[in-house]
Structures are given as C-alpha cells and as structure tokens.
Design a protein around this ligand. Structure first.
Ligand code: GLN
Length: 314
C-alpha cells in the first residue's frame, strides 16, 4: 500500500531538518540576505480539494521569480499569442540575469521566465497605466487565485531591489534600445520589482497554483485560462522554470516548476497537485537547494513525475 501523503510530507520535513548543506541565501538583494537559512516549508493542494502542509508553511517569503508564472498568465490574457512576437519559448541555457544572449538575439529574450523576458512581460502588463495600477491588478489576481485577501507586497524588499537592481536596469535599457521595452524603464522596473516582492507563504502559493493543476480552472468553477494555455504555461515551467538548471530539474524531479531567489518553488502535477516548497538557501543556479531535494523526494515517493505512466484506476 502506498504511504499517505501526510506521512510522506512528515518524512520529507524530518529529512530536510537534518540536511547540513542548505545552500546560500541570496544576498545581491540586501533585504533577502536577512532570511534564516534554517527554514523549510512545504504545502500541497490536491485536485480533491485537500491542503496538506509541513514545516514553516505559514511563514511568508519573497516569491521573487515565482511571480513570473502569474505575470505571464496576466500578459497572455491581455495580448494573447502576440506576446510571442516579443518573447521566445526556448530554454536559455544561461543564468536568470544574463545579458549576453540579448545582443545576439536583437533584444528578444529567450523565454518569459528569465529576467529579461519577465521585464518584457511587465512592460505588457503595464499597458499604458501607472505601475500602481498594474501592481494592484497583480495583487488582486494572487488574492483571487489563493482565496486569501491578506497577500501583500513587502515594500522593504521592493525598495531594496530598486536601490540595487543594476543588472535589471541594464537589461531593461538594452531592450528599450531595441524597442522591445516600450514604457519608461523606471516604470517597467517599478512594476517588475514590486511583483517580485509579493510575500506569500507555502500554503497561499500552493493554493494560487491550483488553476495550473486543474487545466485552467479555479476551484470555484471560474475559468482562469483555457486548457491549452494552462498546458503551455506548464510546458514552459518544465523547460524554462529553473534557468540553466531546467534540464537538471526535469531530470531529477520530472514536474513543471518555477523557482525564485527567495527560495520558493511552485511545482504543478497536472490533474493531481499544486505544490509549494520553500527553503531560502540556493544552489549555484539560484534555485532552492532543499526545495529541489524535497521535490525530488516527493516525486519519487508519490510517482508524480509527469513522465510516469498513469496508475490503474486513474
Ligand atoms: N527579483 C529578482 C531579480 O530580478 C528575481 C530573480 C529570481 O528570482 N531568480 O533578480
């Protein structure tokens, strides 16, 4: 008999508690460097409507690049497939904040999950408005998806990145030179930095990802995106969600996932589960060290790799 999901979660939390190599907390955004590396959390929202949690699942963290999934969803809602004229859909094979590829590829970022791509997505979401309008829309979206109105932006994190985000400024200015950023760079980055500074806990993040497990539906019955769009977002998470370690993540875990430098990862098992893990220590590619290990263990124990054949009775 398969062990209960709650047993698997308890085992993972225990194992992560004993880990000695926990990675290194991001310090290029000074505010993130203050987070305790000993933290670990997991939350799993299942297709049956259950929510199971372990560890520090009620502790908020900076979702950072996990926000790129939700910002992409909003941008596709605004401009549809025209987005793909301005952003590619290929893994980059480069670090999340790399600038080199942009020159060769005429200011068109490889995909919406590297920083350059997400900055173009923010430019789309800005849509001629002031950043506070686009940021308000994003916050409302996150609250609706997770059914939790307490979700907010950590203004200290946003300010910290605004003061130090020189690489992102370079990326945005560079793309503006190619006409692929259309609003003033400070407004686009204001939108982007605030979206990255949204603070959520694992419970809220797992709930927010449910539409991607449910083929585009909100559990309340509303449609967030079409089934084909949900599948495509999941495909992009699998191929591009972990930057130049996306191949390794697919190899080890086999589940679409999107990481952030705050140490969070959202992982989607279509038809089965929306999973959030968090541990602030990062590996060399800027992805949560224990978060990745926990998902690897979870996939192995549950058979949830998207490459597993369906079980009898499924
Ligand atoms: N806000 C971060 C940055 O732009 C997001 C990067 C990430 O989470 N990988 O550098």
């Amino acid at each position: 008999m398969k062990p209960a999901l709650s047993t698997i979660i308890a085992d993972i939390v225990a194992q992560m508690g004993e880990a000695t190599d926990r990675g290194k907390v991001a310090d290029y955004i000074p505010e993130l460097a203050k987070v305790d590396p000993a933290r670990f959390a997991i939350a799993i929202a299942t297709a049956d409507g259950d929510l199971l949690t372990g560890g520090d699942a009620d502790t908020g963290f900076s979702i950072q690049s996990v926000s790129k999934v939700f910002a992409l969803t909003l941008a596709l809602g605004k401009v549809g497939d025209q987005l793909w004229d301005r952003v590619g859909r290929e893994p980059s094979g480069n670090a999340f904040n790399s600038i080199v590829q942009l020159e060769r590829e005429q200011g068109i970022p490889r995909n919406p999950f590297i920083n350059a791509g997400a900055i173009v997505v923010s430019d789309v979401n800005l849509g001629g408005h002031q950043p506070r309008v686009a940021i308000g829309e994003m916050l409302r979206f996150m609250r609706y998806l997770s059914g939790d109105d307490s979700i907010a932006i950590n203004e200290d994190v946003a300010a910290s990145e605004t003061a130090t985000g020189f690489r992102n400024m370079a990326l945005a200015n560079y793309m503006r030179a190619f006409g692929n950023v259309r609003h003033p760079v400070d407004l686009v980055l204001g939108t982007y930095f605030h979206q990255c500074a949204i603070e959520m806990n694992c419970r809220q993040l797992a709930l927010a990802g449910r539409y991607l497990m449910l083929d585009g539906r909100h559990p309340d019955g509303g449609r967030v995106v079409s089934p084909s769009r949900a599948r495509r977002i999941n495909a992009l998470m699998l191929t591009c969600g972990h930057y130049d370690a996306s191949g390794d993540f697919a190899f080890r875990v086999g589940i679409p996932g999107k990481s952030g430098v705050g140490g969070g990862i959202l992982a989607i098992v279509p038809g089965r589960a929306s999973i959030a893990v968090w541990s602030p220590g990062l590996n060399d590619s800027g992805n949560s060290c224990l978060g990745t290990q926990a998902l690897e263990l979870l996939a192995r124990r549950t058979g949830w790799s998207v490459f597993s054949p369906p079980e009898e009775g499924d």
